[in-house]
Design a protein around this ligand. Structure first.
Ligand SMILES: Nc1ncnc2c1ncn2[C@@H]1O[C@H](COP(=O)(O)OP(=O)(O)O)[C@@H](O)[C@H]1O
Ligand SMILES: [Mg+2]
Length: 228
């Protein structure tokens, strides 16, 4: 899996009055792995993530997923790509209130997937959340809801999970627990976490630092080969 941004910009307004949420960002992510985007509030993290994931069109530049330009696709094609290959986790854990945790996960499976319930149970089990399976959201804490959202993001085994401040609404303990679940996916797929909290992306393969919409530097962690 390769995800690339080339001179990616998102501007608001016209001419001299244009303000840029993201300016000429160039970056490359080769998965699988765990990647971070760090920056203060208003630095353009969400804007960058939305463009990388095809949720928002750039005003200039390109995003390439496995060499394919997202910005040249028709909206329908881009939506299909998102459904098929991407998973999402946002700051607020949105679940359907009338469904159990299991059902909330299963409903995100591909249409007609007869194994949806079984896959949901397997994910809950794997992530140590089986006790939550039959609860509706009102009977889950904020941290538990976000754990269920993480499981839901994994149901179709996406190439990439995009997480925008997934821990910002949680206390540190719950935040770390959610990050721990996301990190378990790093061998199977690519996880990209946007945060203003460096503790949440410690140990990432790469961290892209954003300031005023621009990537100022990239931290690369060299994971050494095991001996022998
Ligand atoms: N619809 C909009 N119109 C004008 N400016 C916007 C709009 N959306 C975001 N911005 C600006 O773009 C910048 C980056 O926003 P955002 O990507 O949400 O940053 P972050 O996620 O790092 O907090 C901010 O200065 C914000 O005010
Ligand atoms: Mg944001």
């Amino acid at each position: 899996m390769t995800l690339e941004a080339v001179n990616l910009s998102l501007g608001y307004g016209d001419g001299d009055l244009t303000t840029f949420a993201v300016r000429e960002a160039t970056m490359r992510i080769e998965g699988p792995g765990f990647f971070g985007v760090m920056g203060p509030s208003g630095s353009g993290k969400s804007s960058l993530l939305y463009m990388l994931s095809g949720l928002k069109n750039p005003t200039a530049g390109s995003v390439l997923f496995n060499g394919k330009h997202l910005e040249n696709m028709a909206d329908k094609e881009r939506a299909a790509l998102r459904r098929e290959h991407f998973g999402f986790v946002f700051q607020q854990p949105f679940l359907l209130s009338f469904l159990t945790a299991r059902e909330n996960i299963a409903i995100a499976a591909r249409p007609g997937d007869k194994a949806a319930n079984r896959k949901a149970d397997a994910l809950l089990e794997e992530l140590g959340l089986s006790r939550l399976a039959d609860r509706t959201p009102v009977h889950l804490s904020g941290g538990e809801r976000q754990r269920v959202v993480v499981a839901r993001a994994m149901i179709n085994e996406p190439s990439i999970i995009f997480a925008d401040e997934p821990t910002a609404a949680l206390d540190h303990r719950n935040g770390f627990a959610v990050i721990d679940l996301l990190k378990r996916y790093r061998d199977r797929g690519t996880v990209i976490v946007v945060t203003h909290d460096p503790a949440m992306i410690a140990g990432a393969n790469k961290i892209f630092h954003l300031e005023d919409g621009a990537i100022t530097h990239v931290e690369i962690s060299e994971i050494s080969e095991p001996p022998g």
